[in-house]
Design a protein around this ligand. Structure first.
Ligand SMILES: Cc1cc2nc3c(=O)[nH]c(=O)nc-3n(C[C@H](O)[C@H](O)[C@H](O)COP(=O)(O)OP(=O)(O)OC[C@H]3O[C@@H](n4cnc5c(N)ncnc54)[C@H](O)[C@@H]3O)c2cc1C
Ligand code: SF4
Length: 467
């Protein structure tokens, strides 16, 4: 009750924008223990309810307070295969529902999580756990993002032979090729992968299932299949000028940047780089914010991020109370690095010279409700404006998984949003095929993908033991 919230904070701005190292700093042990001691061990821990993996937060805060890093890690890891990922990139819904946050500042749960797992690795508590018994059942996991890796971990621990197929050259899904290194260093993924290799999981990168291997082969060779291939179809912007050079999906830009940092050569003619460019990021979400931070590190001349929705309020609205997720303004470390953010702007057209984007026409929009109570957008008369841009990054989210290829070949049913349809057991419409993560839920969060992988693994295990 006497200790205030203390965050580790970011590295100084004039240091961090010159490299791709992680932006967040760490607290010393004494501060961290004090921060964990702020947890009040409430009778009803709403943080546990707010956390998609159901982390037993008060229990491991207490263990940190007792300096029992091993015990804290074991409790933390018991509901989450990858606290080192969520400890870095989770938006921490747990903190928004922390009971302290009703009248005070929440416990630094996410930072405490990162600190616990780093202590566990540094002190040698994270060792391969090689399953003692093998069931002889073979499971294929398609996609190596957090959902696929979470399912693979738990199925391997249950004794099944797990093979993870990945179309990219490296394992990790969006952790590897979406989330920038300044939020999540790729060495953190490699460290866990080495443990998985030691534990007996087989990884097959550079295999696009549905192309290099047919759906029929997959079903013939494996006793169960877990689809964890993400929601990779980006939302497009069907306006005049969309085809101009310099207009790209955010993921084309971000994945190239991560590959470049990993030492891959990007051919000149394919290179998308922000150096000396006026960058316009269309879409005000997290992917857009990652484009901002990456553009700044690539030495863009200017960076502007626009959003079609109105600017969110700084504080919770009356109809958006604790312990729910607050629909308030979020400012990332990238936003603080020198970008202009604007709201209520719709893109009318993109214009260029000699095939290269030069300008974008924007119009201010106003939001109101129609008679049926639905949100409707109208353009404000006379508000049209032209902004200069020589790199436009489309960052308006993802609509659904890519159907063409594996998913259509397997003859799967889709839900109304075009995601793979699953039941509560994550079973798809095709026998022995399960699905988890963005492919069945739509683009979401790392922590939700991890939880979906957990649920799928439990039901695949049940399915295999009944066979
Ligand atoms: C730029 C960006 C930043 C993000 N930042 C955050 C963040 O900070 N915090 C957060 O919580 N969430 C963040 N997210 C969301 C989060 O990354 C995703 O919700 C999460 O990764 C989904 O996990 P997944 O395992 O379902 O799919 P993915 O991570 O998308 O993994 C799917 C994998 O399947 C592979 N694949 C697809 N088809 C095939 C095939 N036919 N054969 C073989 N392999 C295939 C893909 O190559 C990919 O590696 C971000 C997303 C993006 C795009
Ligand atoms: S995984 Fe996310 S929501 Fe759960 S405890 Fe960690 S930071 Fe909080």
């Amino acid at each position: 009750m006497t200790i205030g919230r203390k965050e580790a904070g970011y590295r100084p701005l004039n240091d961090r924008i010159y490299d791709y190292g992680e932006v967040e700093q760490t607290l010393d042990d004494q501060d961290r223990i004090e921060q964990a001691s702020r947890c009040m061990d409430c009778g009803i821990p709403f943080c546990h309810w707010g956390c998609p993996v159901g982390s037993k937060i008060p229990e491991w805060q207490d263990l940190i307070y007792q300096k029992d890093w091993k015990g804290a890690y074991e409790v933390l890891h018991s509901t989450n295969s990858f606290p080192e990922f969520t400890g870095r990139v989770c938006p921490a819904p747990c903190e928004k529902s922390c009971v302290l946050a009703i009248h005070n500042e929440a416990v630094t749960i996410r930072e405490n999580e990162a600190s616990t797992v780093e202590h566990a690795f540094n002190l040698g508590f994270v060792q391969p756990r090689i399953p003692e018994i093998r069931t002889g059942k073979k499971v294929a996991v398609i996609g190596s993002g957090p959902a696929g890796l979470s399912a693979a971990d738990l199925l391997n621990q249950a004794g099944h032979d797990v093979t993870v197929f990945e179309k990219n050259s490296a394992i990790g899904g969006l952790l590897r090729f979406g989330i920038p290194d300044f939020k999540l260093s790729k060495t953190i993924i490699d460290r866990r992968l080495q443990i998985f290799l030691d534990e007996g999981i087989t990884f097959r990168p550079n295999v696009t299932v549905g192309v290099d291997m047919t759906g029929d082969d997959l079903l013939a060779q494996f006793d169960a299949v877990v689809l964890a291939n993400g929601a990779e179809q980006p939302r497009d912007l069907p306006v005049e000028g969309r085809e101009l050079n310099g207009v790209h999906f955010a993921m084309e830009f971000l994945s190239q940047s991560n590959k470049r940092i990993a030492g891959e050569d990007i051919p000149e003619e394919l290179s998308i780089h922000a150096k000396d460019k006026k960058v316009l990021v269309i879409g005000g979400g997290d992917t857009g914010s990652d484009c901002v931070g990456t553009s700044i590190r690539q030495k863009a001349r200017s960076v502007t991020q626009i959003e079609i929705l109105p600017k969110p309020a700084e504080k919770r609205a009356d109809n958006n109370p604790w312990p729910y997720w607050p629909n308030t303004l979020r400012t990332s470390s990238s936003h603080l690095e020198g970008c202009e953010r604007r709201w209520s702007l719709s893109t009318k057209r993109i214009t260029g010279e000699e095939g290269q984007v030069k300008q974008v026409e924007l119009v201010t929009v106003e939001w109101g409700k129609d008679e049926a109570g639905r949100w409707v957008m109208t353009e404000k008369p006379g508000s049209s404006e032209i902004v200069e841009a020589d790199l436009v990054l489309l960052s308006m989210g993802f609509t659904q998984p890519v159907h063409n290829g594996l998913l259509d070949a397997l003859g799967l049913e889709y839900d109304v949003r075009g995601n793979v349809k699953v039941n509560a057991q994550k079973q798809t419409s095709v026998n022995k095929v399960f699905a988890c993560g963005d492919v069945e839920a739509g683009a979401s969060l790392v922590v939700r993908a991890i939880e979906a992988g957990k649920i799928a693994a439990a039901h695949v295990d049940e399915f295999l033991s009944e066979e």
